[in-house]
Write a protein of this length. Structure first.
Lengths: 250, 250
């Protein structure tokens, strides 16, 4: 299948990494072969999968154009291209057309996987642009709070620019609301606003605020492994099913 | 007094902007003259103070070296140098020694204010480095969650590098825990860990999770204006007092 999905939003702390980890685990549990690419110098996805500092990472691929397969490691139910703090150098270097390196490298290995999920950093620089250029879909993650929603309009513009200039195949898979607390009026009102403004783009599944999600990260586990009966596991399982049906009906 | 404080952490969504807005309002309420510098292309601080798109912003100052005073506007109880999405260009341009521009510009106006608070983006690029180079203090903000804490060690290294190479006067004012929910075991355990690891650096004040804080942002108001009896107002008032006493005893 080789479907490449960027998990993105330049707003910080909205749940991109939490979604990359748990959606990839959910897809693996449904029998799919999944590769996670940690494209954030913070290396939160790498850490959340229980991996320490790795020697071969996305850094060598993007900055020295090493073959990406050299960096792939197995971690529980998925495979991962880890990140490292050195990856920040990719944002600054002047390598012409560098935003296309990841797309070229993924051509070689795409068909070995059903899904490739790319965890993006909270910025609109070369790392995010390179992920979107390599992707079939962008999955926008946000909290139903004013600052995250305000950032969304800006982010959708970037997606259009990447689609027009660099990757005509890029589509929006959907918009995911996370850390949702249905008991707070603000959250309910902003979800209503999003559903009116963006209609079908908003996933039916909302990821509820659930302390099991950061707890799982502190143990280097995904939510299904750490706490399979939690609201977090229930919601990421529902999201997995909803995404599979969106893609199979597409 | 002219004390310059960067509100920083490369981890996203930890409450940097929420702290920049509400600490500046708290200081203004205590009678101090405060300037906020929105150094994030997301312009969340600008939006949270109820300002729309501004013509003159930090962009012209950092990229074209316009005089920073031209960008200053009054907004309720504080003054602000707004941001704009164009500010992202500063991260990418090759202007030699650009990290020193803000420091030079602030020399001219420092003594017109008691406090200058700089809201930083979730990244370790030129915008954050330029803010730290211009600052007397860094105030590190984080949520008591594993990914935010893991980022802290990396961030403290950056602070040391800036102090050694670019700004020997830079000190850490303290570390602020935000979105704290004392009923969750994970948060209590990580606060204990932080207090053991970093001792006196951790502020006694913790900002509790309180929905009034994002609600205030949706109204373009600070917490004291929007909801003066809320836990959010109480905590930011306590933080203001604690910071003033840390600085007056220093
Ligand atoms: N549904 C949820 N319920 C409770 N906590 C959550 C939820 N989703 C994410 N979190 C927590 O919120 C914090 C931020 O999430 P995460 O790191 O996944 O966001 P991010 O968008 O990847 O951040 P960054 O912009 O820094 O990359 C983490 O500590 C995470 O464990
Ligand atoms: N103590 C708190 N209680 C509840 N919500 C909070 C609290 N502090 C911040 N928030 C909310 O969490 C979200 C993230 O906060 P904020 O934007 O201030 O973080 P940030 O570190 O500036 O993010 P970024 O890295 O994107 O700049 C916002 O919607 C904000 O309203
Ligand atoms: Mg992340
Ligand atoms: Mg911010």
């Amino acid at each position: 299948m080789g479907i490449v999905i960027s998990i993105a939003n330049h707003k910080g702390g909205v749940g991109k990494t939490t979604t990359a980890i748990n959606l990839s685990a959910g897809l693996a549990l449904s029998g799919y072969k999944v590769l996670v690419i940690d494209s954030d110098p913070q290396a939160n996805a790498t850490f959340s999968l229980g991996l320490g500092k790795q020697e071969k990472t996305l850094y060598q691929t993007l900055v020295f154009q090493d073959n990406i397969s050299k960096a792939i490691v197995q971690s529980k139910s998925v495979e991962i291209v880890p990140s490292s703090v050195h990856l920040a150098a990719f944002e600054k270097n002047n390598d012409v057309g560098k935003e296309f390196i990841l797309q070229e490298q993924l051509q070689e290995i795409k068909d070995l996987y059903d899904f490739i999920l790319i965890d993006c950093p909270p910025s609109l620089g070369a790392l995010t642009v390179s992920a979107l250029t390599a992707s079939d879909y962008a999955l926008i993650v946000l909290q139903p709070e004013p600052l995250a929603i305000q950032g969304m309009t800006e982010f959708v513009k970037i997606l259009r620019t990447v689609k027009t200039r660099m990757n005509p195949d890029l589509d929006i898979l959907g918009v995911l609301a996370t850390s949702y607390n249905s008991r707070t009026v603000l959250h309910r009102e902003l979800i209503e606003f999003l559903e009116k403004e963006y209609g079908e783009m908003i996933f039916n599944t909302k990821i509820r605020a659930n302390i099991n999600l950061p707890e799982a990260q502190s143990m280097g586990k995904d939510i299904f492994d750490y706490s399979p009966n939690s609201a977090g596991a229930e919601d990421y399982e529902a999201l997995t099913k909803e995404i599979i049906s969106r893609l199979t009906e597409a």
